[in-house]
Design a protein around this ligand. Structure first.
Ligand SMILES: Nc1ncnc2c1ncn2[C@@H]1O[C@H](COP(=O)(O)OP(=O)(O)OP(=O)(O)O)[C@@H](O)[C@H]1O
Length: 278
């Protein structure tokens, strides 16, 4: 499924949160949105998911205006993992994942939910109470719910749009890789993915293209090597002396954002590169 935003603007009171933002996430592609805190990244995802209606511009799924889609149709075509999914009541994990499966024939619901839990590495957690989970486990249960929702939608259509807002925030290093591999698997099967990431190196190593947002405006968009430049890092993130290297094998950039000495940088790169680069 292809998501397209054309000149989308969004305002709260007198404050412009998104200013004429255009973006395309083609079928089969992963697009990462990066940018400073408060840049408008979550707002962009909410607009793309239909949770917020923009004051100007168009949002379409496969050419169909999002505002013309029924809530049921929307639920089949996109699913979103939000930054914070508060839960204050006791709830079995399996039931939470099942909430993503409205409309699925009853006899298939448990199989879908179990598969989604297995994909996020939580096959044995079905009977646990969500309040008893660690932060990382809970975030992956929500991811399972989102994946199950998209699987259900794919029963009657092509795979839909996966919207992930900082999905790595509570994950350790191997699970960060797992989460992004799951998203890439979704795109390999014909789905699309728009993901907000703070870690530029994860964005560089996995995304087809990166959009840089700052103060609600698009500063740069394109393939990782074209976007992640020292000049962009200095201007957008106010980093003093960023270094950007190209990884020999993948041709993807690797960012050392801190103003550190060459010796320290080499050490950082030596340690980090095998873990994070494809
Ligand atoms: N309902 C609202 N009322 C007022 N300001 C808002 C509202 N929603 C968002 N904002 C402001 O809009 C800006 C963009 O918010 P948003 O959550 O999209 O940023 P973000 O890029 O996702 O930030 P972060 O990286 O910190 O998660 C922020 O400054 C936020 O305070």
């Amino acid at each position: 499924m292809t998501l397209r935003l054309e000149a989308v603007s969004c305002r709260v009171g007198s404050r412009l949160l998104l200013d004429a933002v255009s973006l395309e996430v083609p079928r089969g592609a992963m697009v990462a949105v990066v940018g400073p805190n408060g840049a408008g990244k979550s707002t962009l995802l909410r607009v793309a998911s239909g949770l917020i209606e923009p004051e100007a511009g168009d949002v379409t799924f496969d050419g169909i205006p999002l505002k013309d889609m029924t809530p049921e149709r929307l639920a089949m075509r996109r699913a979103m993992l939000t930054q914070d999914s508060p839960l204050r009541t006791r709830f079995p994990v399996m039931d939470l994942v099942r909430t993503g499966l409205r409309g699925v024939p009853a006899k298939q619901v448990d199989a879908f939910a179990a598969l989604a839990l297995r994909r996020v590495g939580l096959a044995d957690f079905a009977r646990r109470d969500v309040l008893s989970l660690s932060g990382g486990e809970r975030q992956r249960v929500h991811l399972a719910r989102v994946l199950a929702q998209l699987e259900a939608g794919a029963l009657s259509d092509t795979p839909g749009l996966l919207l992930l807002d900082e999905p790595l925030s509570a994950q350790d290093l191997p699970r960060q890789a797992l989460v992004l591999d799951i998203a890439r698997e979704h795109t390999r099967r014909g789905g699309s993915c728009l993901v907000v990431l703070h870690d530029l190196n994860w964005a560089a190593s996995r995304a087809d293209s990166i959009m840089v947002l700052s103060q609600g405006r698009v500063c740069a968009t394109g393939p990782p090597h074209a976007v992640l430049t020292p000049d962009m890092l200095k201007e957008t993130f106010a980093v003093a002396a960023p270094r950007v290297h190209m990884h020999d094998r993948s041709g993807r950039p690797f960012v050392v954002p801190h103003d550190i000495t060459a010796a320290q940088a080499s050490e950082t790169e030596r340690k980090a590169a095998p873990c994070i680069l494809p």
